[in-house]
Design a protein around this ligand. Structure first.
Ligand code: NDP
Length: 283
């Protein structure tokens, strides 16, 4: 029987710190951290994500505004808006909700956000800082994963960590952070041969592939720590992770549930980055 890693609990703990720091900066400098969320199109999941992010901002005293643009928005129009936000002194963080419509080039847009306000940590300059081991803004989901492991005093150093998935927003940065914490890291993806053998060697598994219930009990070593990043909508309407929780829970020492695991941490680290951005700008 494993211990549940409670993302809501860790989140609440960090949000309390964010609230205190936000209050302190307001009292000392009369400044409020500000987040601008940019949403293009009508994707229902994106609308929910943006709404949740804004609600979380309000809960900790961070100002937020939403820029909702139609699906037909051109790349130039979007670049113009981002330029305006880059120069807005009341905005410390700019979040461009992904995915963008197909006619807009994602990397052009993400690179147009000034690195000083890139609270998602997706700008190539921030990716470079992370790669160097001197991060400024760490992508929120992998950052949240490390915070959860630390909260539960889970040893990372010297452990075999397998990251399942190699996206720029989750898999790759998660692998780099685990490496910086001195884990021995293996990254697996859709072309990996003998995936089950790789997983079976892992002391820590981070599953981020977007395939419901993919990781089964027989793939997991007894006592492994399981971090499930996946968010998959089942036909029943329920959410499921990339890990078959009911099975794997029996083998794991620690496991994150879905929902209530990594998800809340992702938003929390966005708040963290927005506040840090203001603090850094004040010096
Ligand atoms: P992407 O689709 O960008 O990447 C998926 C990765 O998984 C790819 O590297 C792909 O390999 C790999 N993959 C796909 N199928 C397999 C397979 N059968 N075996 C091995 N590897 C496979 O996804 P994201 O990283 O953006 O997201 C992953 C999941 O995490 C999604 O469910 C997403 O919704 C969720 N998510 C959750 C967040 C949270 O806050 N909890 C935040 C962000 C994402 P290849 O590169 O070879 O194609």
């Amino acid at each position: 029987m494993s211990k549940i890693i409670d993302g809501k609990l860790v989140s609440a703990n960090i949000r309390e710190q964010i609230k205190e720091r936000t209050k302190a900066i307001k009292e000392k400098y009369s400044r409020t951290p500000g987040l601008a969320a940019v949403l293009v199109g009508e994707d229902p999941a994106s609308q929910i994500y943006v709404r949740n992010k804004r609600k979380s901002c309000a809960d900790v005293g961070i100002y937020s505004e939403e820029h909702k643009l139609p699906e037909s928005t051109t790349e130039d129009d979007l670049l113009e808006l981002i330029d305006k936000l880059n120069n807005d002194v009341n905005i410390n963080g700019i979040l461009v909700q992904l995915p963008l419509p197909n006619h807009i080039d994602e990397s052009t847009i993400l690179s147009s956000v000034t690195p000083e306000k890139d609270v998602d940590g997706f700008h190539p300059i921030n990716a470079g800082h992370l790669f160097e081991g001197k991060p400024k803004f760490i992508p929120c989901t992998p950052h949240g994963i490390i915070k959860m492991l630390e909260f539960y005093n889970i040893d990372i150093e010297g452990k075999n960590a397998v990251v399942l998935g190699r996206s720029n927003i989750v898999g790759k940065p998660a692998a780099i952070l685990l490496l910086q914490k001195n884990a021995t890291v293996t990254i697996c993806h859709s072309r990996t041969k003998n995936l089950n053998d790789e997983l079976k060697k892992a002391d820590i598994i981070v599953a981020a592939i977007g395939k419901a219930h993919f990781v089964k009990k027989e793939m997991v070593k007894e006592g492994a720590v399981i971090i499930d990043v996946g968010i998959n909508r089942l036909e029943t309407g329920k959410l499921a992770g990339d890990v078959d929780f009911d099975q794997v829970e029996e083998a794991a020492s620690f496991i994150t549930p879905v929902p209530g695991g990594v998800g809340p941490m992702t938003i929390t680290m966005l708040l963290w980055n927005t506040l840090t951005s203001l603090e850094d700008s004040i010096g």
